[in-house]
Design a protein around this ligand. Structure first.
Ligand code: ATP
Length: 535
């Protein structure tokens, strides 16, 4: 599937719009349209329901080491700035960037790609920031420019090796930056903090500086004690949260994949250190299955365990759930969710602020009184098991998912084209969004075949009955074939048609979006039948 087709369908049918589009848009921000908002809500609701509200804490879920409890939270986006100091985000949450002195362009060091090319006795690393499909074309164009060659002289270019990341290049003097006119205009990489700041209160000074959260997780850690003290949850248990996060991404790109404002669905699962490895494995597999069950069943979805050298210093295991998005180069995958074994790093940091000075400068930064400026809360965040009387700092397993990336993956997976005969018998391309019925924005559409003979009245009654149970859509405009096509593009799994026969035998047809099979059911049964099929 070509990405442009999906992007255009999303705009045309109201899944996604560029934010502030009438003013030219704003880079890294997206709005969900009438269909998109339903799709994303359904995904978030499926997650909340499957992970939290319908979880049965009285049984041992298949694959789990024991029974466990789940609960939820909804924390603020702006928190005490100390949270981000202690979590490490203030000092460490950054990307390495290179700047172009000539064009003032700023690029992520690990994302800028290019290729070595030689001509006229000179060797240059030509870079591109074009999308994957156009990389080779753009590199050729840029190489012709840097060597002042014409199109017909392209044979003079001698390419040396494949397209690779700028990270593989030592000699910055030979790098030709995107959009630049001269070679050697890129700076060495430097750190750039990804947190967006803000100044709550009337005075805009350093003392009042705060941050928009770059992840929802920290709100859970700092409320750990509140949840334990105010409920009767016992370890092992998980706290879930869904909400907005903000990151000042340098190169927002690939549609909603990398945005500056996005939504996360995170769980912090607290368990005893001795069983934490078993819980980590459970959550990794459980989360992978969740995407499969909702329709990411094909080979584009993969579970990838991190190599030991990829792990954070505190983690003993991390796995990513990844999807081969169509905008990525062949064979590359993008992260949908990370599942990390975080040990007791977070709770311990919020207690003690004591982190390894090698990897976190917390302890070395001193305040005016000569004491470490950023300390933990000093609160006791340990847990006492009331049965065994053991006191310990729980270990944490963190499944951290992005609602927007999941939505995008479901959209990509759903997009499908086939050939179907039109009403006049000619073959036409049909675009169909094969969304899982649980997440489809509209569950059923109802059409009177024609706008007369009492058909609209019957259809409207069915529509009203359906609306009480699930999102439905009524349409009486135009040829019925065109009405089907519109619902196929919206991903509506079932269409119901009231026709001449309805008036004599009280039955209607149901048409299945994917198989195109049609069958008749009694009017009295149609709502139940659809409700069962979409639940
Ligand atoms: P990446 O390496 O792609 O930047 P990350 O490893 O920094 O992602 P995490 O910090 O693990 O991501 O965040 C958890 C999840 O939040 C990701 O798996 C992703 O689904 C989502 N997410 C993170 N950054 C963004 C973003 N800029 N836009 C949309 N979703 C995001």
């Amino acid at each position: 599937m070509e990405m442009e087709k999906l992007v255009s369908l999303c705009k045309r049918r109201g899944f996604l719009f560029q934010s502030s589009e009438i003013y030219g848009g704003i880079n890294g921000f997206w709005d969900y349209g009438p269909l998109g908002v339903e799709l994303k809500r359904n995904i978030k609701e499926a997650w909340w329901r499957d992970m939290v509200t319908s979880h049965d804490e009285l049984s041992v879920v298949a694959g789990a080491p024991a029974s466990y409890e789940m609960t939820g939270l909804d924390c603020t986006i702006i928190m005490h700035p100390q949270v981000w100091k202690v979590s490490g985000h203030y000092d460490l949450f950054s990307d390495r960037m290179v700047d172009c002195r000539e064009t003032k362009g700023r690029y992520r060091y690990d994302q800028l790609r290019g290729q070595w090319v030689e001509a006229k006795g000179r060797r240059v690393f030509v870079t591109t920031n074009a999308e994957a499909d156009d990389e080779a074309d753009d590199l050729r164009r840029r190489a012709l420019k840097v060597f002042r060659l014409r199109n017909k002289d392209a044979d003079a270019l001698v390419w040396d090796g494949p397209i690779v990341s700028l990270e593989t290049v030592d000699d910055f003097a030979s790098v030709f930056a995107p959009q630049a006119s001269k070679v050697g205009t890129l700076t060495e990489p430097r750190e750039f903090n990804l947190m967006l700041d803000c100044y709550p209160g009337p005075i805009k000074d350093e003392k009042n500086r705060a941050f928009l959260r770059p992840e929802t997780a920290q709100g859970i850690f700092v409320n750990f004690k509140n949840v334990v003290d105010s409920t009767r949850v016992r370890v092992p248990f998980g706290i879930a949260q869904v909400g907005k996060s903000f990151r000042n991404e340098i190169t927002p790109r690939n549609f909603t994949f990398r945005s500056r404002e996005f939504e996360q669905m995170e769980i912090e699962f607290f368990c005893h250190p001795d069983t934490s490895t078993a819980w980590y494995k459970f959550w990794r597999d459980r989360r992978f299955r969740w995407y499969q069950d909702l329709g990411l069943a094909g080979e584009r979805l993969q579970l990838r365990d991190h190599d030991p050298d990829e792990l954070s210093h505190y983690s003993t295991g991390t796995a990513d759930i990844e999807y081969a998005f169509p905008f990525l180069p062949e064979g590359e995958y993008g992260e949908l969710e990370g599942i990390a074994h975080r040990g007791d790093f977070d709770l311990r940091s919020h207690m003690e602020g004591k982190l390894n000075p090698e990897t976190n400068p917390l302890e070395v930064e001193l305040g005016e009184n000569g004491k470490p400026k950023y300390k933990g809360s000093g609160r006791d965040l340990t847990y006492r098991d009331d049965l065994s009387n053991e006191r310990f700092t729980p270990h944490v397993i963190e499944p951290s998912a992005g609602a927007d990336r999941a939505t995008l993956a479901f959209l990509c997976e759903a997009y499908c084209e086939d050939e179907q005969p039109s009403e006049k018998g000619k073959l036409e391309t049909r675009v169909v969004m094969q969304l899982h019925p649980r997440i489809a924005p509209i569950k059923a559409a109802i059409f009177p075949l024609v706008k007369k003979d009492g058909m609209p009245e019957v259809a409207k009654d069915i529509y009203r009955a359906m609306k009480k149970q699930f999102p439905a859509f009524y349409d009486e405009k135009g040829a019925v074939g065109r009405r089907y096509r519109r619902q196929d593009e919206a991903g509506t799994p079932y269409c119901i048609t009231v026709d001449g026969q309805t008036l004599t035998d009280q039955t209607v047809t149901i048409r299945d979006r994917d198989t195109l099979k049609q069958w008749r059911v009694k009017i009295d049964d149609v709502v139940d039948e659809i409700a069962t099929r979409v639940s």
